[in-house]
Design a protein around this ligand. Structure first.
Ligand code: NOJ
Ligand code: CA
Length: 535
């Protein structure tokens, strides 16, 4: 059950650290940074796709599921990473991108050229362009269709994402076997978790001849069972931004996906942060309900994509846009924000820290993204989601210690803005400063690891007299932690009814600063927070 209380750190090998000086991050560079990750205190590392790929969707267009992109290193280095993480007690999770392949994958190449090939039916074809070809696009505004003509095949193929990412045909049993085999392979190399990319699309039959069939959620159970036999600690983490009433399709009875990213909390959370009012978050946590005991939520603030606000009402979404991404150029696909956390919060690191503390206190496992722990900025001159995928900033200087290559040689430019360039934001300076965001994040991670109540226990929402303060308790086996978060830019003193504490005394565990002891009236700085254990 390690995944009930994990701290997952996500990174892309390509932009984390360049070990051989060619300007591209690689496994060698990552191997040299494991002390950093261990020092941060994470318990699981999630690597974004590192497989051979034409790299037209940042590696989410896979050409070979069994290899390592030569630009990033070798399979031998991957195995070394897996070993070294194991030595440090850090688990390894990777992306399983099985809804689609790259159009350069040999399956697609062979299948499109040769109608007799067994790979033809690995994909979804149509001789005529279906009527709904302009619907259901994953990247509206950028993508033009979900069906594209293939000259070699003399037919259209279906693609939920970019046109160079043909969807695999999940209705073909051989495709399913391939997917399980890929999992088995990486599990044998020490991987204990898979992030299931585009989980809802993976199991649907859209585009196929039997398009109206119900999606086959049972496939998640097959994957679960298969992985469990291979690795006792193996878990599946689904990327499924779906409404509340569909969750049981993904969790099953605890026999399908172990974890789901909690998009349902993420979106109201940003509304609450924008309004500086706890209500939207409280409301959504009340609706969330229980999930099977063998399952867990994965809470996050920002990922490597846009901040997707697609499930908010139009008015609420506009409110979040106005607060955190007012320029059209900061928005993407009509539904999201393509900025990093620190710039969204106007560079106010107190707010970045409080937001992390808040998700760390929510019932679930926590996922953080490289760079957010030091308050990295974004580069809106880069296309689409690349704005938030710039190289990690290790030291001052033009390449931020990411690479010894010239700045013009880097895979992506290092942030150059006055406020966020490496001279201002880097690991090295922050490590030595106990007041830095990085040091504070280290302490928050240690705090979260010392509070299993959060991941195992039940959450009780606590009423206060301050709408800006989010207060709740996590209880487990007679232990309880109380957390208060001030979402407002003004100081607050929040009052809690004494009976909530059940005669116990709140003892400070951590906070944004030292506060005087309190039992009922809790002072909080602007964007302040406090964690207390009840004894
Ligand atoms: C979701 C990933 O997070 C995103 O980056 C990618 O573009 C799509 N899936 C397609 O794989
Ligand atoms: Ca390199």
């Amino acid at each position: 059950m390690w995944f009930k209380n994990a701290i997952v750190y996500s990174l892309d090998v390509e932009t984390f650290a360049d070990g051989n000086g060619d300007g591209i991050g690689d496994f060698q560079g990552l191997l040299e940074r494991l002390d950093y990750l261990e020092g941060l205190g994470i318990t699981c590392l999630w690597l974004q796709p590192f497989f051979p790929s034409p790299n037209r969707d940042d590696g989410y267009d896979v050409m070979d599921y069994y290899g390592v992109d030569p630009r990033l290193g070798t399979l031998g280095e991957f195995a070394e990473l897996s070993h070294q993480l194991g030595q440090r007690g850090i688990r390894l999770m990777i992306d399983l991108v099985a809804n689609h392949t790259s159009d350069q994958h040999p399956w697609f190449q062979e299948g499109s050229r040769n109608p007799q090939s067994r790979y033809r039916d690995y994909y979804i074809w149509s001789e005529r362009k279906p009527k709904d070809a302009e619907e259901g696009m994953a990247f509206p505004g950028v993508q033009e269709s979900t069906w594209t003509w293939n000259e070699a095949a003399g037919a259209f193929y279906f693609h939920r994402f970019y046109k160079h990412q043909p969807d695999l045909n999940i209705g073909n049993p051989e495709v399913r076997t391939e997917i399980l085999r890929i999992m088995g392979y990486w599990a044998a190399l020490g991987v204990s978790g898979f992030r299931i990319d585009a989980a809802p699309f993976l199991v649907e039959f859209s585009g196929a001849k039997d398009a109206h069939r119900e999606p086959d959620y049972e496939f998640f159970r097959q994957m679960h069972r298969y992985l469990s036999w291979r690795r006792g600690d193996g878990v599946l983490l689904g990327e499924a931004n779906v409404p509340l009433d569909q969750l049981d399709r993904y969790f099953g009875d605890g026999d399908r996906l172990h974890l789901l990213f909690n998009f349902l909390v993420n979106q109201p959370l940003f509304l609450a942060l924008a309004r500086q009012e706890a209500a939207p978050l409280v409301h959504c946590l009340k609706r969330l309900g229980r999930i099977p005991q063998m399952c867990q939520w994965a809470h996050f603030l920002r990922g490597h994509d846009e901040l997707d606000l697609g499930q908010l009402t139009e008015a609420d979404r506009q409110e979040v846009f106005a607060a955190f991404g007012p320029d059209p150029d900061m928005q993407l696909y009509g539904r999201g924000i393509r900025r990093r956390l620190a710039p969204m919060f106007g560079g106010d690191l107190r707010r970045v820290e409080m937001a992390h503390s808040l998700i760390f206190s929510l019932p679930g496992t926590q996922v953080i993204r490289y760079g957010d722990e030091i308050g990295m900025g974004d580069d809106l001159s880069l296309e689409e989601r690349n704005s938030v995928r710039t190289p990690m900033q290790w030291t001052p200087g033009p390449t931020g210690g990411f690479s010894s290559a010239a700045p013009s040689e880097l895979i992506r430019p290092v942030i150059q803005s006055d406020r966020y360039r490496p001279d201002r934001v880097n690991v090295c300076d922050q490590l030595g400063d106990p007041g830095s965001l990085l040091s504070r994040m280290q302490r928050l991670i240690a705090l979260r690891r010392s509070c299993p109540e959060v991941g195992f226990g039940e959450t009780v929402l606590v009423a206060t007299d301050r709408p800006a303060v989010f207060a709740h308790m996590c209880r487990w086996k007679g232990h309880a932690v109380l957390a208060l978060h001030n979402l407002a830019e003004r100081p607050m003193t929040a009052r809690i009814e004494p009976e909530i504490l059940g005669g116990r005394r709140p003892v400070p565990l951590a906070a944004d600063r030292t506060y005087p002891a309190a039992e009922q009236e809790f002072e909080l700085e602007p964007f302040g927070y406090r964690w207390l254990r009840l004894v």
